[in-house]
Design a protein around this ligand. Structure first.
Ligand SMILES: [Zn+2]
Length: 65
């Protein structure tokens, strides 16, 4: 878990240094962390999914809504 985290951080920094741009709208991607909760299949506990999303003008409305 801790290793995954640091790897993700490195990946984020790498993409920041590259200055990834969306080819569609030309906006710099902004990496954000989205955390969603969902019930496990047993229905007795919750688990949290963390995913990284690159946000640009194309998807910011969906992401932040
Ligand atoms: Zn875009």
């Amino acid at each position: 878990m801790a290793k995954q985290q640091s790897f993700a951080d490195k990946a984020t920094k790498a993409s920041l240094m590259k200055g990834a741009k969306c080819p569609v709208c030309g906006t710099m991607f902004q990496p954000i962390k989205l955390i969603s909760s969902e019930r496990s299949s047993t229905g007795t506990s919750w688990k949290f999914n963390e995913r990284r999303v690159q946000v640009c003008k194309c998807n910011e409305k969906q992401v932040y809504s």
